[in-house]
Design a protein. Structure first.
Ligand SMILES: Cc1ncc(COP(=O)(O)O)c(C=O)c1O
Length: 461
């Protein structure tokens, strides 16, 4: 087999970053399929006329983005299956970069409030809960607190229908194991939370995308996809969708529910971003409670590392879901559920949520001003913005151009569940930095990249 040899002139900039982008581009286009063994650093350096250190640097950039993995003594391989975007690099804030790739609430003093809640829990004898195995879905008191938290999203919730999970990610795992099952199809948006694709991959669930417009999934396209794929369920993030930031309007929610009812498929409704709102839009769960599994967490509205999520199921599915949760994890550590219950019942969680919301609103105004006339999707209370781009080429150019300057954003590629029909755009996570001015700086750089004039033709055709 001839060795893969990229054309670096398409990417420009520092050779290591250009090579990293060329590798990412080849993986996204399928030129380097999953499992491919990459050339050694030395071979590629020789082929491209680069220093070995430059190739090593490029490989470490793509490894940090989880695009390849190294196996000592065996070489470097293109990662197989869908990939989670790299999680926040703790050094990134300190270094000369601005990394707005991870959706998380901005820091508004969560550490101090959490410390106080942990102390309260321990002082009240919370450590006694460590003496025996906890109930898999949380104690009755913890479930009661979860019902209080869910009040804004779905007021009809009853504690007997709710399980606590370790974040929304685990809630998604439980939901898809309960209503989809190995070997079956689940429909979702063409770009969606990368963790859902990751879970589907490890659980043997087939994901198929349904086209979206600016209001979310298109009902006629959903009909067509159901006819073609006979899915068991639909996974949907109806408010502040990740990554495309749209919110499905009420009438579209009703139309999509009607399609699901006609074809008797379940709806998995992920509300992690609605969780920040005082008055979220009416959920799918309210339109058809027996068909909808509603899940959320406190990750995006309070604090990502609390790792407390909640899942509300139709009553007939609760025992099965509880059994699945127990099979997966036996039981989650009770301490954080206890801390979450304390935060909720004392009102401290709501205080933090309000502070997070106010900070998101302030950052939104900064981003809107800095983006100027560049169109984007996302509203004043949405913790991320989606900037649509013309096509895949522009998406590659903009994200690699930004990365060369030390600005990191997530791009459509990071969320695509299939290689075809990837909506082009980049996502800016407003909470990912401790410094508001960095939002302005990155948005101004993005604006410059997007409005840069097309280079004049050289006259050579
Ligand atoms: C749509 C969506 N669902 C679920 C999750 C996972 O959330 P958690 O941190 O609560 O596990 C994320 C995280 O980015 C997300 O974007």
């Amino acid at each position: 087999m001839t060795m893969w040899k990229p054309d670096l002139t398409r990417f420009g900039g520092h050779p290591a970053e250009a090579l990293a982008e060329a590798i990412a581009d080849a993986i996204a286009s399928g030129a380097l399929p999953p499992g491919t063994r990459m050339p050694t650093h030395r071979e590629l350096a020789y082929e491209l006329g680069l220093a070995v250190a430059t190739v090593s640097k490029a490989y470490s950039i793509v490894a940090r983005r989880n695009l390849v993995s190294g196996e000592v003594g065996r070489g470097t391989f293109v990662a197989s299956g869908p990939r989670m975007p790299a999680l926040a690099d703790p050094e990134a804030e300190a270094a000369n970069t601005i990394d707005l790739r991870i959706c998380m609430p901005p820091a508004v003093g969560q550490d101090v409030v959490l410390a106080a809640a942990i102390e309260d829990v321990v002082r009240a004898g919370g450590a006694r809960a460590m003496l025996r195995y906890p109930l898999p879905g949380g104690s009755p008191q913890q479930r009661g607190a979860a019902v209080t938290w869910l009040e804004r999203l779905f007021p009809q919730t009853n504690a007997s229908e709710v399980l606590l999970t370790s974040g929304a990610h685990q809630a998604i795992a439980v939901a898809i194991a309960t209503v989809v099952g190995t070997g079956n199809v689940m429909l979702c948006d063409p770009l969606t939370y990368a963790g859902t694709a990751q879970l589907a991959n490890v659980m043997g669930i087939i994901l198929r995308a349904v086209p979206v417009d600016e209001h979310g999934m298109i009902p006629a396209a959903l009909e067509e996809a159901i006819a073609r794929h006979s899915p068991k369920a639909l996974f949907i993030v109806p408010t502040f969708q990740n990554p495309m930031a749209f919110t499905i309007p009420q009438s579209r929610r009703e139309e999509l529910t009607a399609v699901a009812q006609r074809h008797n498929i379940m709806i998995i409704e992920d509300s992690v971003y609605a969780d920040i709102l005082d008055a979220p839009p009416k959920p799918f769960a309210a339109l058809d409670p027996d068909r909808t599994v509603l899940l959320t967490s406190m990750s995006k509205s309070v604090c990502v590392a609390l790792r407390v999520g909640m899942i509300r199921l139709p009553r007939a599915l609760v025992a099965q879901a509880e059994n699945i949760l127990q099979s997966l994890v036996l039981a989650n550590p009770p301490l954080m559920a206890e801390v979450a219950a304390n935060l909720i019942t004392t009102g401290r969680a709501d205080d933090l949520r309000h502070k997070v919301l106010a900070e998101v609103e302030a950052r939104f105004r900064i981003a809107r001003t800095a983006l100027g006339n560049i169109p984007f999707i996302g509203g004043a209370q949405c913790p991320h913005l989606w900037v649509p781009l013309a096509d895949q080429n522009q998406m590659s150019e903009v994200s690699s151009g930004l990365a060369r300057q030390g600005y990191w954003v997530a791009s459509g590629r990071d969320f695509a569940i299939a290689r075809e029909h990837v909506p082009a755009g980049v996502r800016i996570a407003l909470g990912a930095t401790a410094h508001r001015h960095k939002i302005a700086e990155l948005c101004q750089a993005l604006r410059q990249h997007i409005s840069a004039p097309v280079p004049a033709m050289s006259g050579v055709v």
